[in-house]
Ligand binder design. Sequence first.
Ligand code: 2OX
Length: 444
Amino acid sequence: LEIPLQYGADRLGKRQDAAMQKFRDNRLGAFIHWGLYAIPGGEWNGKVYKGAAEWLKSWAKISSDEWMKLMDQWNPEKFNAKAWAKMAKQMGVKYVKITTKHHEGFCLWPSKYSKYTVAQTPYKKDILGELVKAYNDEGIDVHFYFSVMDWSHPDWRYDIKSKEDEEAMARFFEFTDNQLRELAERYPTVKDFWFDGTWDASIKKNGWWTAHAEKMLKELLPGVTINSRLRADDYGKRHFDSNGHMMGDYESGYERRLPDPVKDLKVTRWDWEACMTVPENQWGYHKDWSLSYVKTPVEVLERVVHAVSMGGNMVVNFGPQGDGDFRPEEKELAAYIGSWMKKNGECIYGCDYAGFEKQPWGYYTRKGDDVYMVVFNPPYSRHLVVKTPGGTSIKAAQVVGGKEVKVEETARNEFNVDVPSALPDEPFVIKLKIEKKQSGKTYR
Ligand SMILES: C[C@@H]1N[C@@H](c2cn(-c3ccccc3)nn2)[C@H](O)[C@@H]1O
């Protein structure tokens, strides 16, 4: 029995419209975390903080007035939107999520509702506008990251404990509505809003506003997608409402973590998008990446494939330097992923959960009748075990961009697919042609 909700999920099941299908088919995206925090890069008054660089203001306990003085240094002389878009194109990402405003409150667009924007810096120009045009010109969709929590705004409250708090938050919601409307009207090609900074009590106690924000953006931009993290229901329940129904258009809880391919198969029932950092936990530029483990390009690739194998998208994070250039590790990562996608992208773009039981050698993805085996761990047996769902058999198998490989039925719904005789020196993909039929042999 469901409880009545005014601000719960307004739709059951996956959206099936073209805009959502494009969101889903894109599968691979990039995050751009760029703001004032990129200038200090994790260091303040000679001390390097290990925490996330975009949170330096918090770790070093800096006042907003002090922090905003960084605006006087914002003049990224190496920034080139076209070069950024070329890099994204070469990486093979189909969309880029840009931090329009992070928790610090600095806006990458010349918002008329704030004095903390690019317009009030030596750089002056509309960085967000340059990026939207450059990515769109490369055929790459643009998504907006927007932090509701705004450390620079006097009316922001973490909780509401008094009439004054209530009145302040009412002003804050009006300010936020104005900025969201401004973003939608200035950049109408934006395809998605990814909200962050919505975990505090002040938002959970105002689920109505989160439902209103979603509704307002969908009226301004038909087809736009909204992440579940924006949403709180009548009782402050977030992402999934008090009846267990997902709010927004896709689940956005997998930040620096992924669902388990065996235990968490429930996620295949709804749309979801994960996002990940290359170091253990750095979104904004940090000058010292030696302070934590940094994932290798293959480890980043594996997370991309893992997400798609469970019917989700993956957004890989980039934290551009204060001068507007990217660090070498990120340029190398983009190049590696791009070269792999050029050869094997058909197992990612437009693919979904295959419905096959996870095996130790890697992950399955599926597009129509094509099932892809993405191999990260080739076994010493040189046989890749495939267990097919009931009534499903394998007709043929071929290395993507390579030769056919032998398939041998070994038991009911079990097959050995041969590893290519010359073992590739990077993760490789085998494309299976499957068919609906009972096996030829009889097994007791
Ligand atoms: C997408 C990522 N989300 C932001 C974040 C995450 N968190 C956070 C807050 C409380 C608990 C755990 C994580 N705070 N800020 C990060 O700064 C980055 O923007």
